[in-house]
Design a protein around this ligand. Structure first.
Ligand code: ADP
Ligand code: MG
Length: 346
């Protein structure tokens, strides 16, 4: 009889001094327990849609390869995962190579026709294809598209309150998720570069955070996740002890109204409000530099980063594992409440 893999490992002995000891049965048991901990979470998310926005700030960090593997794992456990990406730093780099100085007005890149051309080259041609190529090292999984494809994202020109000319900068006016659904229905992973179609079909520059929020709402997603270069949302960015672990959408609206956040966090919080007011249950801001931030949040009892719920009683999602970080019940849903497949999607 062929011995089991586990018995093979347990029975292995170090070949000599300096050789690693094979895993003990206790260690293997701990690994099994970690996988088992994921079961209720997989039951909850399988057949549902999760939109993940991967920020330019996290690209090129140690977390990148792990992020790609986590996205693939999500797909293999039956989650309809949609990746939305930024790439602002790379756009600025290419502009510099063409002797163009980036100018920002209230966080929006002033986008003349040449800048729009460069941004589209970088986002659609480079960043998008890098992500698609890396995901597809796991097989035929990812398909890249921009907001112009299938009129996924249509923009209306943004009017600057100060009357400044922002060029081809737009706000998301309409979302048509038909192309995304065509892909997820075939088990594929759409990877979206957030260049939108303008009023006359010309490319428009829309904020990737805002686009992710609008897409999540249009898809009726279960979750919207922002991966960026901070642990989450801080009450005070200068105070590392002020990480806000759990908020309601009303609290996020109050923070936005109070003007207490700045820079890149504002469009994420606005995107969260768009998504949660549009029917998405939860949103998260996670540190994309951290390896496996996605798995830690989605498939462990403790969770990481900042979680925003659509309503206060929504805190039933368990995050009261050994770390006791969040308050809630200990099971995601009662028996029979887990999604059974695509038909549960609204
Ligand atoms: P991304 O490429 O992921 O969109 P951004 O740089 O645009 O990254 O946004 C993330 C940044 O938001 C952080 O690096 C941080 O400097 C900034 N930020 C501003 N206010 C806050 C806050 N209250 N909590 C966390 N981050 C904040
Ligand atoms: Mg940003």
């Amino acid at each position: 009889m062929r011995p089991s893999r586990q018995r093979d490992q347990v029975r292995q002995r170090p070949a000599g001094p300096g050789q690693p000891m094979a895993a003990s049965l206790d260690e293997l048991q701990a690994k099994a327990a970690a996988v088992h901990e994921a079961l209720p979470w997989i039951k909850r998310l399988s057949g549902r849609t999760v939109v993940v926005k991967y920020g330019g700030a996290a690209m090129g960090t140690a977390g990148f390869d792990a992020f790609v593997d986590d996205v693939v794992l999500l797909r293999y456990v039956g989650v309809d995962v949609i990746v939305v990406h930024g790439g602002g730093p790379e756009v600025s780099q290419l502009m510099a190579r063409f002797g163009k100085e980036p100018v920002f007005v209230d966080g929006h890149r002033v986008t003349d026709a040449e800048t729009m051309d460069l941004a589209r080259m970088v986002l659609v041609g480079r960043v998008n294809k890098t992500l698609v190529g890396r995901i597809n090292t796991h097989g035929r999984l990812a398909v890249g598209l921009s907001g112009e494809d299938g009129l996924l994202l249509v923009a209306r020109p943004r009017v600057d309150p100060g009357g400044r000319d922002l060029g081809y900068v737009g706000d998301v006016d309409a979302v048509d998720p038909t192309a995304l659904r065509a892909l997820t229905d075939k088990g594929l992973i759409p990877v979206v570069a957030t260049v939108a179609a303008g009023p006359q079909g010309q490319p428009y520059n829309v904020n990737a955070d805002a686009a992710a929020g609008s897409l999540a709402a249009a898809l009726g997603a279960e979750k919207l996740i922002y991966l960026t270069d901070v642990e989450g949302l801080y009450a005070d960015l200068a105070d590392p002890g002020s990480l806000l672990q759990q908020l309601t959408v009303a609290e996020v609206e109050a923070i936005l109204a109070g003007g207490r956040v700045a820079a890149g966090m504002v469009p994420k919080l606005s995107g969260i409000v768009t998504a949660l007011r549009g029917g998405v249950r939860r949103a998260h801001v996670l540190d994309g530099r951290r390896e496996h931030a996605l798995l830690l949040e989605l498939f462990t009892d403790s969770g990481v980063g900042t979680m925003v719920s659509s309503e206060p009683e929504g805190f039933g999602e368990p995050h009261d594992g050994p770390a006791g970080r969040r308050i809630g019940t200990s099971a995601p849903d009662g028996p029979g409440a887990a999604p059974t497949g695509r038909e549960v999607e609204a």
